[in-house]
Ligand binder design. Sequence first.
Ligand code: PLP
Length: 393
Amino acid sequence: MSKKPIPDPIFTLTTGPVDAYPAVLRGLSRPVLYDYDPAFLAQYEAVNEKVQRAFRSSTPPVILHGEPVLALEAAAASLIAKGDVILNLVSGVYGKGFGYWAARYAKEVVELAVPYNEVLTADAVAEALRKRPDIAVVALCHHDTPSGTINPAKEIGAAVHAAGKLLIVDAVSSFGGMDVLPEPIHADIFVTGPNKCLGCPPGLSLLHVSEAAWEKMEANPDAPRASILSILDWRRAHEATQPFPFTPSVSEINALDAALDLYLCEGDEAVWQRHARTAAACRAGIKAAGLSLWAAREEIASPTCTAVRIPEGIDELALRTIIRDRYGVVVSSGRAETLGKLIRIGHMGPTARPVYSLVSVAAVAGGLQALEVKGIDVGAGVSAVMKSIDSTV
Ligand SMILES: *Cc1c(COP(=O)(O)O)cnc(C)c1O
């Protein structure tokens, strides 16, 4: 018995994996070179230089060959020594999740948490560090995607740095879509990936590692080596003369290469601006359509993801199903604690264009209207999106 094939969506407006740029898809179709082919060795070094330029950092990056969860777990495994006390900052599902990895490697994990529609403050972090001077490493998820909120990384980074602690930052879903760079926020291990705001498929992790973090990892007898979780193994792999610890994901490097060319050619500030404009238009439309943002305050709402509260009594799967079936639009669900409470519209990479907010707002409001939710005004939502776009051209 053959099942009817499910058609592809028309618009994938998710928070990752995201739709890829056409140039990235062309990159993926390039020949798969042997990893020790001189052309690939040179390309690998050049891609690392492009990552470093995108990071605007003073030292070479590290690329790990698995989607960013690999780098986050590798950061926990490599940086945290058995005797370490960790301060884990939690404003959502990913921040919470890092604590489970940290607990595997640390002596103790101290948690500083806020409700999942709120963000942390630098003052609270400084206070937590004063109370526990034995803390060695702090972990922060900059944009906790399942909540669509942005923590003040610069301020928190300054507080951690002033206290002389090391900082791990998950910037997977914010880097490339807003002003967040490793060195200005004092990140010792900064983790991101190409599968969110850079508009690539999932498959790689990009890291910045500070000199202090390298020193701590080198001195950590338990830091993995000859392991998929090793960061140390890859320290010099960016140099064309150095061997790879194992086979790099050649096609993913081709895709990343194309994505970095787009990003660097457009200019990072221009890219960040179109993410911000898309999110502003979307938020304006969502509110005008009669819906509420998940974020407690609009100032903390992410420029790369708009999380929308699900109206009372509405099943979020039924909503996402109707949006896909009627309009061919896919949006993201919540995760863990936020699952069922919100849906998320991604503004990442190729979909960070203001006009996409017309599609997302119309589809979400239209879906709710179809589910007979009271007080939804599709037209008002669409008008507000247009007004926001027109006010920022
Ligand atoms: C996407 C994302 C990751 C990578 O994890 P996956 O869920 O496996 O894609 C890590 N951290 C954050 C904040 C993310 O948004």
